[in-house]
Write a protein that binds this ligand. Structure first.
Ligand SMILES: [Zn+2]
Length: 485
């Protein structure tokens, strides 16, 4: 995510943003989604989600059914498995106030998910929400190496917010909406709640087949690609993705452009139909893909959707990013560019190269923040890079370097301001110093080596340090220790 504290930067940058370059993209305007060929990708070692869901826009509900083919590949037998059911975080007045306390208080409809009829391998399961509301516990003996078929029905109430999960002004932001398997790792089950600070999500790649039925006039944007459409029912597929998000609206217009072998979509509300920056928005996504497919590694998905929505800044999901419509209304091209680039860079750091965003969120945010700066320099002007660098240095100094701890869990930060300077700014300054010391080619070797070793996997602190040492030599630790200790 790109957070509110970055908005502070607007006041610093906006005065300098009059000399933006002229863009010349020729996107295809297309009110219907393109149906793409179903890929023959199979990997039966991955978990598989088969979800069928219908939107009821009168009640703001999603009603559906989910079937997961789950491969239990740990070495020890367990007595339960767990899924996150994040809509329950929006259930009570104590739900996370992610952005704006006032917006949170103004929520008139709470969000929730009601689970029904849970079966594992055809057998009825007595499930419970424990240890917290946002976790579904399914007691069942798990034997290493076995496969399980988990089935459940659900009714999801969408909250009336402009958060990652919420509906307002006829746009449904549907991030973290369906029951998703918790990760079992060397710490055991990761059952963290939906924290206020950070993007509090941690998941493994899986394959998805999602069937969505919409009311008349609605257009879906999705993490996966569309492979079949019958009347108001859309069939999406996503292979090796670590989450699946939607944004739905009856007000969307679409532009699309083929970039390498990915169809890049821009979704935007019809109120922006005369806004010429919609072309720019598509171009920023295109330029990011072109730069980083070359510099880091292949973007393997068949579609990528940039969705202009009510979300108040930017939020990344695999194959789909939410971008604030406010940048258009404010004519804030700098924040529009930086937010689209930032969320697009997350397609590599978080989506393809995963991490535990709760315990080590600085890994994806730090790399993403740095490669957003790097984009500005590589595609536009070095002055943009230098300006951001100066802003970050000032920000870190002003906060007090001695008050900043990068290596701690998102749940231990007091607020977004502290998290921003620790997880975004400080690692970005570290990568800047490494880049200035060792140069471009080494930087490329470093990120390509992250990509080749951790694509579709989870990158941890130890792995990151090991890769830095392998590429740059032991002496790089002199720089690393100054920022991370
Ligand atoms: Zn981010």
């Amino acid at each position: 995510m790109k957070r509110i504290w970055i908005l502070v930067m607007v006041f610093f940058l906006v005065g300098c943003s009059n000399n933006e370059d002229v863009y010349t993209s020729e996107p295809i305007e297309n009110v219907t989604l393109t149906v793409q060929e179903l890929s023959d990708f199979t990997d039966n070692t991955l978990n598989y989600y088969d979800i069928e869901v219908t939107l009821d826009d009168e009640k703001d509900q999603l009603i559906g059914k989910e079937t997961i083919t789950y491969h239990y590949d740990e070495t020890e037998a367990l007595e339960a498995l767990y899924l996150h059911v994040y809509p329950n975080a929006f259930k009570s007045s104590s739900h996370p106030s992610l952005f704006d306390q006032e917006v949170t208080k103004a929520m008139t409809q709470e969000g929730s998910i009601e689970i029904k009829n849970v079966l594992i391998n055809g057998k009825t399961i007595e499930y419970s929400y424990e240890p917290i509301d946002t976790v579904l516990k399914l007691p069942f003996d798990l034997i290493p190496g076995e496969d399980y078929m988990i089935e459940m029905d659900f009714v999801i109430q969408v909250s009336s917010t402009t958060e990652r999960f919420g509906s307002i002004q006829g746009i449904y932001n549907l991030g973290n909406w369906y029951p998703i398997l918790a990760v079992y790792d060397d710490e055991g089950w990761n059952l963290d709640p939906y924290y206020d600070v950070g993007d509090p999500f941690y998941s493994e790649v899986a394959n998805y087949d999602v069937t969505l039925t919409l009311p008349e006039g609605y257009i879906p944007s999705a993490s996966g690609y569309l492979y079949q459409k019958e009347d108001k029912t859309y069939h999406f597929r996503a292979d090796r993705m670590r989450d699946f998000a939607f944004v739905l609206s009856d007000k969307f217009l679409i532009k699309e452009k083929l970039v390498n072998d990915t169809l890049v979509y821009l979704y935007y509300p019809s109120s922006l139909s005369n806004h010429y920056w919609t072309d720019h928005a598509l171009t920023f996504a295109e330029e990011t893909l072109l730069l980083y497919e070359d510099f880091i590694g292949d973007y393997p998905y068949k579609s990528y959707s940039v969705v202009i929505t009510t979300f108040p800044s930017g939020m990344e999901y695999p194959g789909l990013v939410m971008i604030s419509d406010q940048y258009f209304y404010d004519f804030d091209i700098t924040n529009l560019r930086q937010t689209i680039v930032h969320e697009s860079v997350h397609q590599w750091f978080y989506s393809l190269i995963g991490d535990d965003e709760i315990d080590e969120g600085w890994i994806d945010e730090g790399l993403t923040t740095y490669f957003t700066m790097y984009f500005d320099q590589a595609v536009y002007k070095k002055a943009y890079y230098d300006r951001t660098l100066k802003y970050y240095r000032d920000r870190r100094n002003k906060y007090g370097i001695e008050n900043i701890t990068v290596l701690k869990s998102a749940k231990d930060y007091a607020d977004w301001s502290e998290y921003g300077v620790a997880a975004y700014v400080t690692p970005a300054l570290m990568y800047d110093e490494i880049y200035k010391t060792y140069g471009d080619e080494k930087l490329k070797t470093f990120v390509q080596s992250l990509y080749s070793n951790y694509v579709y996997g989870i990158l941890r602190y130890e792995d990151l340090i090991e890769t830095l040492k392998t590429v740059y030599g032991e002496e790089v630790m002199e720089i690393v220790d100054r920022y991370l200790k």
